[in-house]
Ligand binder design. Sequence first.
Ligand SMILES: Cc1ncc(COP(=O)(O)O)c(C=O)c1O
Length: 426
Amino acid sequence: MTRDTEIFDIIRRERERQTRGIELIASENYVSDQVLEAMGSVLTNKYAEGYPGKRYYGGCEVVDESERLAQERLKQLYGAAWVNVQPHSGAQANMAVFMACLNAGDKFLGLNLSHGGHLSHGSPVNFSGLMFHALEYNVREDDGRVDYEQLERVARTEHPKLIIAGASAYSREWDYERIRRVADETGAIFMVDMAHPAGLIAARLLKNPVRYAHIVTSTTHKTLRGPRGGVILMGEDFPNPWGKTTPKGEIKMMSQLLDSAVFPGTQGGPLEHVIAAKAVAFGEALQPSYTEYQKQVQKNAAVMAKAMTDKGYKIISGGTDNHCMLVDLRTKFPDLTGKLAERALVAADITSNKNMVPFDSRSAFQTSGLRFGTPAITTRGLKEDMMPWIVELIDRVLCDPENEQNILAVRQEVNAEMTKYPLFAW
Ligand SMILES: Cc1ncc(COP(=O)(O)O)c(C=O)c1O
């Protein structure tokens, strides 16, 4: 077979892009060589519909072992009693929870997308908002923190069957206990989507939602630093509170409902190469060096947020407890959109993403905010002393975002510095 130079040239260029720039997208990271190796392995050849020991295909004895290992390591990492490591992505994990807990049209409550929530928590263009009745809570305008009073009010008046905590752009710790109390009071299932802070939680730097929620979902590729994918966890298996039956009319435990919702409910064959890579990443997260990594992620974010504030930028909620921050550009540059800011920074090889800020005056296509995060640059080896330098470069670009000379000068500085932080061993 002739080599596919077209696609491998594209991969080479992407690798170069990742190497020469400063990666500040809060949901991205660089996986280890072992994670990459497992993902690019012969396990991709195997069909394994079903679960370990109960497959619909022959020859699954070997992949059964790696899927079981992934399950055991994940349980150990979060003190979970039950897990499912098959969801292809975070949105798929959430979809399976909806399918297990709700019937079409049922009410559920999640954080407003434009206040930091995720598409799969009720956006009208996502399955969650299209097939179910989405209710929302906000962050408060004065301090940018979750409005728990509003959440409780909506839960008490509307009686949603599912309450979701977790976000894509929220830099503060959650009051899980408070949400669990109102869920118990109103008879709702409480789910936490810990996709963003999952790595910090694994390192015990933030509260572990498995202790408070009925069901926890996550992606595996953000702070956690595994391959792209999703997982579902539970601290204890509980009988499903709605007495929801299977198509055959049986009442099942929640773990059985969730397993069936992943396969065959919403997915076909599991990605066993990715599941093996998840197992590798969970194994890495169980090492002591991982805690040191996550402490540095948190420290870098705190120093970056302070440096941004010192330069006159407004950080929503005034700072960060985790790996990310949401910057409202309007305080310093009332006319600069997130869209233009993102583009100018990308031209300087500093990658971040535009993001709506709570109570934004602009649309999701323009936005008034930028979201920054430190997981990737921390993996790369940058320490807190480099954060003010990064903020200085960002500020230089944003002060004059259409000046090509200005952008080029910043890019040259970025590229020169990044050669000191080698990324890939191969
Ligand atoms: C909180 C949260 N949940 C779910 C997802 C979806 O994950 P995926 O892109 O893997 O479907 C994201 C992704 O950004 C997220 O931030």
